[in-house]
Design a protein around this ligand. Structure first.
Ligand SMILES: [Fe+2]
Length: 262
């Protein structure tokens, strides 16, 4: 129930409504599906939460949010983000020219994963004083926030992708774009944001990455492959899957600030 004002006369006690813990942190609202446990979101996010604060996510506004059903498993959708091997091929006419082939650094932050993908201009940083370095000028920074969220710091906007599983082969994907108002002023700013959203959401994610994920899912139906073989550039997919397996085995993965510095 998002807008209680529209339900003034509703007797909430008759509808099985349950109050859930909710907190605001790092510019985002976090809700727990477990009603009797308070959220310790700073502990859960560890250094990833510190990063959200560091990047000033709270200073951003929402531009647009899309909700799209994809006919594939939610984990396959997230795994498309976790390796750069496909970029020169699948994104040959879109992203490939913006990034250095295969130059990706990653850090495990408990069960979350942080990646930084070098943009083609990264060596320009050598001519800039170290004190003036700003990572988003030379790399995009990505966060796999365990379990089902993928958060992207682009150079001048933010993408929040959440994957809600509905069935083994059906996922509701929401993508919300955030921006800093001072970077996109007036009609021209809004038009620039619309172009970014359509490019990222419609072309790169939906038509390229997720279209392949749906084809992989379709292939799984026939069962000819009993396992997937991962190459050396696809190790993060294995790490993500291991974290899923650990969670399902009820192992506790504690975020460690010390292994994921800002
Ligand atoms: Fe991709």
């Amino acid at each position: 129930m998002k807008k209680s004002l529209q339900h003034n006369h509703l007797d909430r006690s008759k509808y099985g409504l349950v109050e859930l813990p909710v907190v605001e942190y790092g510019g985002l609202v976090w809700i727990s599906a477990t009603s009797d446990k308070p959220i310790d979101i700073q502990h859960y996010l560890g250094a990833v939460g510190d990063n959200l604060v560091h990047f000033g996510v709270a200073d951003h506004l929402s531009f647009r949010k899309s909700t799209i059903v994809k006919h594939t498993n939610w984990k396959l959708l997230i795994k498309t983000y976790l390796e750069g091997y496909h970029v020169p091929f699948l994104h040959k006419n879109t992203l490939a020219n913006a990034f250095r082939k295969g130059v990706i650094a990653h850090t495990e932050c408990g069960s979350h994963i942080r990646l930084a993908a070098a943009r083609t201009n990264i060596l320009d940083v050598l001519s800039v004083e170290r004190e003036k370095w700003r990572i988003l000028d030379y790399a995009s920074v990505y966060y796999s926030i365990f379990p089902n969220t993928f958060f992207i710091m682009h150079p001048d906007y933010v993408s929040l992708n959440i994957f809600h599983p509905e069935a083994p082969n059906r996922t509701v994907w929401t993508h919300e774009m955030f921006y800093k108002p001072e970077h996109f002023e007036g009609d021209k700013g809004q038009e620039a944001l619309a172009r970014r959203f359509e490019y990222t959401n419609d072309v790169v994610f939906n038509d390229e990455d997720f279209a392949i994920a749906e084809r992989v899912q379709e292939g799984l139906r026939y069962g000819s492959n009993k396992h997937h073989t991962l190459g050396l550039e696809e190790g993060l997919i294995g790490i993500f899957q291991r974290n899923i397996d650990d969670a399902l085995c009820d192992k506790t993965v504690v975020p460690l600030k010390s292994v994921c510095p800002q």
